[in-house]
Design a protein around this ligand. Sequence first.
Ligand SMILES: O=C(O)CCC(=O)C(=O)O
Ligand SMILES: [Fe+2]
Length: 197
Amino acid sequence: MDIVKIADALERKGYIILDRPLPDELLAGLLARCNDDDPARFRAAQVGRGAAKQRIDSIRGDVIDWLDASNSSDQAYLARMEELRLGLNAALFMGLFDYECHYAIYGEGDGYAKHSDVLQGRKNRILTTVLYLNEDWQAGNGGELLIYDPSGDTAIEKVQPTFGTMAIFLSEQFPHEVLVSHATRRSIAGWFRVSGS
Ligand SMILES: O=C(O)CCC(=O)C(=O)O
Ligand SMILES: [Fe+2]
């Protein structure tokens, strides 16, 4: 990954969309993991936290599974993200403390309504990453990531979830949404966090 380029974009505009920053073998391994035939691995994603945590299909339709450091593909991805964490801390003094990430699968008809990744009452998610794992994705499939300006009024970026594309943005600054997908849509969503609450 070109950490200098990523750091520069984050400093200038707060986000970057990368074409294919990771090697093909790694992407293939991650896709195989996200295709895993064990359906019980994936759980309905929830919104909110603590007592307010709930499943609301109309807001968010994906199923998720957190990465597992004992799997070699997951481990390789986490190692790349660790390099990025250290590089961004060195370049921008971001104080990123750790990284959490999960596979996500959106089925036909699923999306994720406009939201912020910074959970209410908890400000530790600093930087969001989303890596897409959809081979032969068609423009008509929907499922685009819309990134809004900080006011939330205007969409400033529409990202096709094509294989290997990665979006990285400041979690608090950019409301975003996943448009309804008309095909199975796979990704890894992750967050660099600072320590604390
Ligand atoms: O999959 C995407 O494009 C974004 C997912 C997302 O916003 C989230 O999981 O918080
Ligand atoms: Fe999000």
